[in-house]
Design a binder for this molecule. Structure first.
Ligand SMILES: *Cc1c(COP(=O)(O)O)cnc(C)c1O
Length: 221
């Protein structure tokens, strides 16, 4: 992929369509979240010029600095938080993001629930699952998913589904399949899985949201 963002987006949409057709799925069921973290603003503007409006960021402060001014120009921009969230940033996250994909512990549920009520703003959330059971990684372990889900629902969070990042250096497909199974088991619709290197595998396994950074914008500087 190059840094010709408009061309990359067109190529990717084509590819997503083909994968969906081959898998007997509706391409409209797969949403491309363009991960703009650390990307030069010219590339982000190129995506906006190409008509793209849905972006992912992994840090609250970086996202605020970038998107507060851009959103004044493009009010229909939608933002997903895809990075770990500290409870002391819950207020800013609730104010800025349209979906929070990284809910992974009760303390964060508490902080988000409180802020959502205070701001009367209820962005949907996903529960991040640590499918590989990696100790250093964010996300709730498989064994904790059911409890955290009901905890979040009781707290009034609008939980739409699950998000995962498979362990580096492992085939991702079993992790995608596992996340899919969890969604079915819990009756949830949305699955954020698949990045630039592995979205082609995630789509046939049920991804509804793919998070693409380098495939859209080129390498992060
Ligand atoms: C950075 C990031 C991505 C995008 O990664 P690429 O390999 O550039 O597509 C997706 N998801 C998360 C959680 C990320 O932090």
């Amino acid at each position: 992929m190059t840094d010709d963002v408009a061309a990359n987006l067109a190529t990717l949409k084509n590819k997503i369509s083909k994968i969906c057709h081959a898998a007997g799925q509706n391409p409209q069921g797969v949403t491309l979240v363009a991960v703009s973290k650390q990307q030069p603003v010219e590339r982000v503007r190129a995506a906006l010029d190409a008509g793209h409006r849905l972006f992912g960021e992994n840090r609250v402060q970086e996202a605020q600095a970038r998107w507060e001014p851009l959103r004044a120009l493009y009010p229909d921009v939608r933002l997903h938080l895809i990075g770990p969230l500290q409870t002391n940033k819950a207020r800013d996250a609730v104010a800025l993001f349209d979906v929070i994909e990284t809910v992974d512990r009760p303390a964060l549920v508490d902080a988000l629930g409180k802020e959502m009520k205070k701001q009367n703003r209820f962005p949907p959330v996903l529960i991040e699952v640590n499918t590989g059971g990696e100790t250093q990684k964010a996300g709730v372990g498989i064994e904790g998913v059911a409890d955290l889900l009901s905890y979040a629902q009781v707290a009034g969070l609008n939980v739409r589904g699950f998000m995962a990042i498979p362990p580096m250096g492992e085939p991702p497909a079993p992790h995608f399949a596992l996340l899919s199974k969890l969604a079915v088991r819990h009756g949830l619709q949305e699955l954020s899985m698949g990045m630039s290197a592995d979205f082609e595998k995630a789509i046939p396994l049920g991804a509804t949201h793919i998070r693409l950074g380098t495939a859209v914008f080129g390498q992060r500087p």
